[in-house]
Design a protein. Sequence first.
Length: 98
Amino acid sequence: MKREYVTFVRRLSDLSEGKRALFIKDLTPGPRKYDTKLVRAELSRDAARLPDGDTLWIRSETGRLQPQPWSMKVLEELPPYVPGQPWQDVFTSLRHLG
């Protein structure tokens, strides 16, 4: 069964297809709904390219939902922290994770 997740981006142009690290929130109903994980995942705008992938909804920083979901396959779950300084931009830190 496909699961659904959501992620937040500053600009849609910052999100690219391929392998990358990102924070995702689980949208599956139940006790784990809205749990946040840092993962390395394969992303695609086209669900046909990742037939066994899950659904990834994209929201802007202000919460605006993009009309079309992406497909995502989680490759690994990363530790629940991002290296860097507390005042550093989290999106910049994520780019260093790949």
